[in-house]
Design a protein around this ligand. Structure first.
Ligand code: FES
Length: 196
């Protein structure tokens, strides 16, 4: 089985009170890596020391979307933690005013925004990620715009259970997203009735 890391965002409340204790508990459970979501008052170098002592690696760092003011600091923190992967996202509230931090482009429904894009479609590939209902309508829009089925990729982060291809919770036809995905080419899955 592949080594499994844990997103510490799921333990953010516990980590507020005792971040080192949470790291110890996670290591004792058998996880080999973590994705910190905030450093809870510690310096990145201090956290790295604790991780090293516990035999954990930092596989990625999760935090607010970097701005031009703090991007260097975020990169330095990630380096100190021993990763070159920074995970950030914007939530619905960030888009309410159309002024998401660090973002000066357009905001709106992706299916609407796609209408206005001037693309050399035969030479484009689309990689989509998000809720399945969104993937469905974005895929329909991409096909309508002329994207070839094998130029569309879907990140199907469906709710999984066993993660080992046994329980049958995550499959699209014979494709088990937990083992064979979660990223799949639309051309390979489009004919299965339980795609979306
Ligand atoms: S999560 Fe169980 S088969 Fe994929």
């Amino acid at each position: 089985m592949k080594p499994i890391a844990l997103q510490l965002y799921s333990l953010r409340e516990q980590a507020k009170g005792d971040f080192v204790g949470v790291l110890k508990a996670v290591a004792e459970m058998g996880y080999v890596g973590v994705e910190p979501a905030g450093l809870h008052g510690m310096a990145a170098e201090e956290v790295r020391e604790v991780l090293d002592d516990l035999g954990l690696v930092c596989c990625s760092m999760h935090g607010p979307f970097p701005t031009k003011e703090n991007v260097n600091q975020r990169v330095d923190e990630a380096a100190a933690l021993g990763t070159d992967l920074i995970i950030s996202g914007l939530g619905p509230k960030d888009f309410e005013t159309g002024e998401a931090p660090g973002w000066t482009g357009r905001v709106g429904l992706v299916t609407v925004l796609l209408d206005d894009l001037d693309l050399d479609i035969p030479n484009c590939y689309a990689f989509t990620c998000g809720p399945e209902i969104m993937l469905r309508f974005v895929t329909l829009k991409l096909v309508e715009k002329g994207f070839a089925d094998d130029h569309i990729y879907l990140s199907m982060n469906r709710k999984m259970s066993c993660g080992m291809g046994i329980c049958g919770r995550c499959n699209i036809g014979p494709i088990y997203l937990c083992k064979d995905g979660p990223d799949v080419c639309y051309a390979e899955v489009k004919d299965y009735p339980n795609l979306f």
